[in-house]
Design a protein around this ligand. Structure first.
Ligand SMILES: Cc1cc2nc3c(=O)[nH]c(=O)nc-3n(C[C@H](O)[C@H](O)[C@H](O)COP(=O)(O)O)c2cc1C
Length: 366
């Protein structure tokens, strides 16, 4: 039977060139076990958790390759410094957040939220990197920022290195750092994303990357998209939004979020800095709208915004504050309207891509 394949499959030991980013172990393992390349988003995990979780994924996938992704933005404080950061947050911002709390009558969270479990710092990043380097993982993916020493250290351990990039200008720096695969992530993508649309971005990145393989991210949801990615010179795709509605991920999904994602169309996502301080695409809700209001202050920079809103974001989910509950998601959310096992999503994608690739010949007239 014909298979969806590109040279990167043989290079990395996978069956089909579909890479899947997810924040939970079960989904990542299922993507690798279905013949793709699962990548675990570990940027909000403590180093000890990363060690345990990567070992667990290894147990679930056996010899199949899988990766881990850390977001390593430059310019973070040196130490975990919540108190110091709190002192620098303007009173007007605190008052604005307090107004949201009062308007929706949100009780305090029982503990810190996902964004305030720890505050980003170079110290914690170094420990996360160490945990990854000492784990049995095949790929080190850099979400934001690809520091050359980290890339080199990962390569020395035999890991494949990859960086997500949203602008052609960043290709040279990634190649200089030693990155072996580039993900060209366009504006459509879920969570942190840049201003250039996927179609405009990818051919420019493919050209700038030369021999380095490129994957397409941002708006990939169907076989048509995958065929288009290959037509633009990429060797595969990197998907995130697709797995939010996988059966495997549902243990981590608030039921209100599940419903909002199932119902959302492409116009129901919005880019806001109110989540983390950097541009972040999520489902439009009372949360993004509150920060879009004329009276709202401009969100702070990362990690100040994390400290300002992190506990509150946790409280919103903990206390089921329906109008404010939201998830990061890309414009491709429109295509995912049911809960399906990862293996079924993968099957459908590969089947449909082959169909589209075959049909391409209809456009050539002898
Ligand atoms: C909820 C969510 C969280 C994400 N978190 C990260 C992250 O921590 N690190 C990262 O490199 N990419 C992250 N991404 C982006 C994905 O890696 C991927 O590039 C993106 O989802 C691709 O576009 P798509 O959403 O249209 O599939 C996230 C995406 C989503 C939907």
């Amino acid at each position: 039977m014909a298979k969806l394949w590109s040279p990167i499959c043989d290079q990395l030991g996978i069956e089909t060139p579909i890479f899947g980013f997810a924040h939970d172990i079960a989904t990542v393992a299922a993507i690798s076990n279905a013949g793709g390349y699962g990548v675990y988003g570990a940027t909000r995990r403590f180093p000890e958790e990363i060690t345990d979780e990567l070992a667990t994924i290894r147990g679930l996938v056996g010899d199949k390759p899988f990766g881990v992704d850390l977001v390593l933005p430059p310019g973070m404080p040196e130490h975990n410094s919540r108190e110091a950061i709190e002192l620098e947050i303007p009173e007007g911002h605190k008052a604005f957040v307090q107004k949201i709390i009062e308007q929706y009558e949100i009780p305090p969270a029982s503990g810190p939220g996902m964004r305030t479990r720890f505050i980003r710092s170079s110290e914690i990043e170094a420990n996360q990197i160490d945990a990854v380097l000492n784990s049995p993982v095949n790929m080190f993916a850099c979400g934001i920022g690809a520091p050359a020493p980290v890339v080199q250290a990962a390569k020395q351990r035999g890991m494949t290195t990859l960086a997500l990039i949203g602008s052609p200008h960043h290709v040279a720096r990634a190649i200089e750092a030693g990155v072996e695969i580039i993900v060209a992530q366009g504006y459509d993508a879920g969570a942190h994303t840049g201003p250039i649309g996927t179609y405009s971005l990818v051919p420019q990145i493919v050209e700038a990357a030369g021999d380095i393989p490129v994957l397409v991210a941002g708006g990939v949801a169907t076989g048509q998209h995958i065929a288009a990615a290959l037509a633009m010179g990429a060797q595969g795709v990197w998907m995130g939004t697709a797995w939010l509605l996988s059966e495997e991920h549902q243990a981590h999904m608030h039921p209100v979020n599940r419903q909002k994602l199932l119902e959302a169309g492409s116009a129901d996502t919005v880019i806001t800095r109110s989540e983390s301080g950097k541009t972040f695409r999520q489902i439009r809700t009372g949360w993004s709208q509150a920060w879009e209001a004329e009276s709202a202050p401009a969100p702070l920079k990362m990690p100040y915004q994390d400290v300002l809103v992190g506990d509150l974001l946790g409280a919103i989910e903990e206390h089921d504050i329906e109008p404010l509950i939201h998830s990061g998601a890309g414009q491709s959310v429109a295509y995912f309207n049911e809960i399906q096992p990862v293996a079924e999503i993968m099957n459908q994608l590969t089947r449909d891509t082959l169909k589209v690739l075959n049909a391409q010949q209809n456009f050539i007239k002898a």
